[in-house]
Design a protein around this ligand. Structure first.
Ligand SMILES: [Zn+2]
Length: 450
C-alpha cells in the first residue's frame, strides 16, 4: 500500500478556507469519503468515456466541415474559390486523423497549461487534477535508518507537454496500427494462395544476387515478410497492451495501486480530486491577474494569450459554421429535389406518354433530344456532313452569322437563306423550313474558336 502524504507540497494554503462560491461549497460536499483523496474507479472510467466521446465528436465535426466544403465547392464550379474549397475538402478527408491529432494536442495542451489546476480537458470536467508523485528518502539523525516516503507536487511544465502528447498521440497511433493490421491481414488472406504458389517456384530458383535486376522483387518479398511478421505479432502486442491496462485498472479498483493506467505510472502521476485549496488559489490568481492587468500595460504574453483565445474561438466558430452550412446545403438539396419531383409529376400528369427533359439546375444531367434524321439525296447540294462540326455543311467553311434551320442544324445565314428560298426545306433533313422560321444562333467566343 502506497502512503500518500497529501499535506505535502500540493496544498500551500492548508489553513481552513471559507468557501467563497457555490461551486467551492459543492466541491467539498461531493467528496464521498474525506479520508480517501483518490477519485473512484467509476469516475475515472467516466473520464475515459468522455475522452473517447469528445474525440468522436471532433472527428464528426471534421467530417461535416470537409463535406460542406465539398458541397459548396460544387456551387463555385471552376472559380478559385471552388478549387480552394475542393482542396480543403480533399485535405480534410485525406489527413483527418492527423488534423484530429493536432487539434486534440492543442486542446489538451491549452487545458493543462492555462489553468492553475493541471488536468486534461475531460479530467477537468469531473473536477479532477493531476499531481506528480516524487519518491523521497529521509535519513534520520546519524543516517543509520532511512525511511522512504513520497511527496506530491504540481506538474512541471515539461510534464504537462508530455501528458498532452500522450493524450493526443496515443489514440492516434492506436488507430493507425489497427488500420494497418486490418489492411495487412486482408492482403495476407487474399495473397495466401498466390504466395503458396510462388514459394514452390522459389525453391527451384537460385538465390538472388544483390544488385541484380530482380532487386525490386527481393524488396517486395522482404516487405511481405515484414508484413506477415506484423500480422503475426500485432495481436499479441495488442493483447499485452489491453491486458496491462486491465491489470492496472483492477489494481486501482481493489486499492492495491494508486495508478489508474500504465502511462500514469510511467509518468509518476496520480489523478486526484480538486481540493478546496486549489479553488481558493485559482480564485486568488484570477483576481491577482485581473488586478495586475489593470495596473500594468499589456505585454507580449497578454497578446499571445489573446491570440490563443481568439484561435480557440475561431476553431469553435469554424466548426459551428461548418455544421450550419452543412444543414443549409442539405435543406437546399431537399427543397430542390422536392421541386423537381413536383414538376416532373405535373408533367407526367399532363402528358403521361411523353417525358419531357426537366432542367433542374441542380447539376442533374438531362440527356438532349435525339437529332432529326439526316436525309442526303442526289438532288441536295450536300453529299456528306463535314467532320468538323464548326463548319457550315453547305459551303464547308467556318460559319458566318450562324443560323439554325427548323431541324436544328446550323449553317451560315447567307447559305441557308439562299437554299431555303429555293427549296423551302432544310438542306439536311428535307423537313419543311420557311425563311421566317430560321433562328439566329448566338455563339460564345469559345465555341466559335473551336
Ligand atoms: Zn456556309
Amino acid at each position: 500500500m502506497n502512503a500518500i502524504d497529501s499535506s505535502m507540497g500540493d496544498n500551500p494554503a492548508s489553513s481552513v478556507a471559507i468557501p467563497s462560491s457555490v461551486s467551492a461549497l459543492l466541491a467539498e460536499e461531493t467528496t464521498i469519503d474525506p479520508l480517501s483523496p483518490l477519485p473512484s474507479f467509476l469516475e475515472l472510467m467516466l473520464v475515459d468515456a468522455t475522452t473517447s466521446s469528445g474525440r468522436a465528436a471532433l472527428s464528426a465535426a471534421l467530417d461535416a466541415t470537409a463535406s460542406s466544403a465539398a458541397t459548396s465547392a460544387v456551387a463555385y464550379r471552376d472559380g478559385w474559390k471552388g478549387r480552394f474549397l475542393l482542396a480543403v475538402a480533399r485535405l480534410g478527408r485525406r489527413y483527418r486523423a492527423e488534423i484530429l491529432l493536432i487539434l486534440t494536442y492543442a486542446i489538451e495542451r491549452s487545458c493543462l497549461h492555462s489553468k492553475s489546476i493541471c488536468a486534461t480537458a475531460s479530467e477537468s470536467v469531473y473536477s479532477l487534477k493531476r499531481s506528480k508523485l516524487y519518491p523521497m528518502t529521509s535519513s534520520d539523525g546519524a543516517g543509520s535508518s532511512t525511511t522512504a516516503y513520497r511527496s506530491l507536487a504540481r506538474l512541471p511544465t515539461h510534464d504537462k507537454t508530455r501528458v498532452a502528447l500522450i493524450a493526443s498521440l496515443g489514440p492516434y497511433l492506436k488507430d493507425r496500427l489497427d488500420t494497418w493490421y486490418q489492411n495487412a491481414r486482408t492482403r495476407e488472406q487474399m495473397g495466401m494462395n498466390e504466395q503458396e504458389f510462388f514459394s514452390q517456384q522459389q525453391q527451384q530458383q537460385q538465390p538472388l544476387s544483390p544488385g541484380s535486376f530482380d532487386w525490386r522483387l527481393q524488396r517486395k518479398r522482404t516487405m511481405e515478410k515484414i508484413r506477415s511478421l506484423f500480422v503475426l505479432v500485432y495481436p499479441y502486442l495488442h493483447m499485452t497492451h489491453e491486458g496491462t491496462i486491465v491489470f492496472y485498472q483492477w489494481s486501482y479498483l481493489v486499492g492495491r495501486s494508486v495508478f489508474y493506467s500504465p502511462s500514469l505510472h510511467a509518468l509518476g502521476m496520480i489523478i486526484r480530486r480538486v481540493t478546496m485549496a486549489d479553488i481558493q488559489t485559482q480564485n486568488n490568481t484570477k483576481s491577482l491577474v485581473q488586478s495586475s492587468k489593470e495596473l500594468s500595460k499589456p505585454k507580449i504574453e497578454d497578446a499571445m494569450k489573446a491570440a490563443r483565445k481568439l484561435a480557440g474561438y475561431g476553431l469553435v466558430a469554424a466548426v459551428m459554421i461548418g455544421w450550419a452550412s452543412n444543414i443549409r446545403t442539405e435543406l437546399h438539396r431537399r427543397r430542390q429535389q422536392w421541386i423537381n419531383e413536383s414538376v416532373s409529376s405535373q408533367i407526367n400528369n399532363r402528358a403521361p406518354n411523353i417525358s419531357l427533359p426537366v432542367n433542374s439546375g441542380a447539376g442533374i444531367a438531362v440527356p438532349p433530344p435525339q437529332p432529326p434524321k439526316v436525309m442526303l439525296s442526289a438532288n441536295t447540294p450536300i453529299q456528306s456532313l463535314p467532320l468538323n462540326k464548326a463548319l457550315c455543311p453547305l459551303c464547308r467553311q467556318t460559319r458566318v452569322n450562324p443560323v439554325a434551320s427548323t431541324s436544328g442544324y446550323v449553317f451560315c445565314y447567307r447559305c441557308l437563306v439562299l437554299y431555303v428560298r429555293d427549296h423551302g426545306t432544310c438542306p439536311l433533313t428535307g423537313l419543311p423550313c420557311p425563311e421566317s422560321k430560321l433562328v439566329r444562333v448566338y455563339e460564345t467566343e469559345q465555341e466559335h474558336d473551336q
